[in-house]
Design a binder for this molecule. Structure first.
Ligand SMILES: NC(=O)c1ccc[n+]([C@@H]2O[C@H](COP(=O)([O-])OP(=O)(O)OC[C@H]3O[C@@H](n4cnc5c(N)ncnc54)[C@H](OP(=O)(O)O)[C@@H]3O)[C@@H](O)[C@H]2O)c1
Length: 269
């Protein structure tokens, strides 16, 4: 059976990936920080699908933990056939008001871990001339966003990185996709402390649908996947409308900007 390693496997989109891949007869390696939740998820998957499940608790913002996962991905005796770089966080503050340590942690998880884990897994995939890498990005990666400037920039990195890697490994039987969901019902917004009240019901996607469409697009050879027609339209607009208009439309998308810092003369900048 092929083996898939999923980061952020204990909740939301990551948990949906584990369910889908188990249904498709993959053995699984589950990565996240909370070992108790990972073990519960592993038990469920074993009971419901009869798959082999390995639990690998790790905080991917911590060097030693990330390296442990890298070593597992690079182990030639226990090949990993599918890597899902899904773990990611957002922050509920404008850049100027944010804690710089939190911004840096976000960068380490959303960018650095994605880059390092992809680098660890590709050599053995290329040697076998087979493998899939799914990097979870976001619709917000297609344009500027306020607040959450660092978040949308990390997701832009994931899109650009994935497209570049996909082109480089295409001739070697390895497929890479950036999966770019819009608002999806998971724990993401609650964890970031984002008020979801102003977000219309129609904007929400279901995690299982997002995962199904992402895997379908990967297997069709796409290097960027935007699940659902409504978000395909949003992304087309973000890509093709005049940039000035996009900036105005994406400004303070969730109404969370407080006030600009005061200048020395008491005026707001
Ligand atoms: N939900 C949305 O609307 C949406 C939209 C676009 C893109 N996305 C992207 O989708 C991905 C998955 O998010 P989600 O919505 O499923 O969020 P979620 O429900 O909050 O799940 C996040 C997962 O990441 C794990 N995680 C968090 N910090 C970690 C760390 N430092 N090291 C290892 N694992 C960590 C969490 O487990 P532990 O806390 O146990 O570590 C959890 O399993 C993210 O990359 C997010 O940016 C989400």
């Amino acid at each position: 059976m092929p083996t898939a390693l999923v980061t952020g496997a204990s909740a939301g989109l990551g948990a949906a990936f584990t369910r889908r891949l188990a249904l498709e007869h993959h053995d699984l390696i589950l990565v996240a920080r909370d070992a108790v939740r990972l073990n519960e998820q592993a038990e469920k998957l074993r009971a419901e699908h009869g798959t082999e499940v390995e639990v690998l608790p790790a905080d991917l913002t911590v060097d030693e933990d990330c390296e442990r996962v890298e070593r597992r991905l690079a182990d030639p005796d226990r090949p990993v056939h599918v890597l899902v770089n899904n773990a990611g966080v957002g922050l509920n503050s404008s850049f100027v008001e944010a804690d710089i340590a939190e911004e840096e942690k976000l960068l380490r998880l959303n960018v650095r871990a994605v880059m390092r884990l992809t680098h660890a897994v590709l050599p053995q995939m290329l040697a076998r001339r087979k493998g899939d890498v799914i990097n979870v990005s976001s619709v917000s990666g297609f344009g500027p966003a306020q607040p959450g400037a660092t978040y949308s920039a990390t997701k832009a990195y994931v899109i650009n990185f994935s497209e570049s890697i996909a082109a480089g490994v295409k001739g070697y039987g390895v497929r890479v996709v950036a999966l770019c969901p819009g608002y999806t019902r998971t724990e993401f917004h609650q964890r970031a402390g984002i008020n979801i009240q102003p977000i219309p019901a129609k904007a929400w996607l279901n995690a299982d649908d997002v995962v199904r469409e992402g895997l379908h697009d990967l297997r069709r050879g796409k290097s960027v996947s935007v699940p659902s027609v409504r978000y395909k339209v949003v992304v087309a607009a973000m890509r093709h409308l005049p940039h000035g208009l996009v900036k105005r439309l994406t400004r303070d998308t969730r109404g969370r900007i407080k006030q600009a810092p005061k200048g020395g003369d008491g005026t707001r900048r």
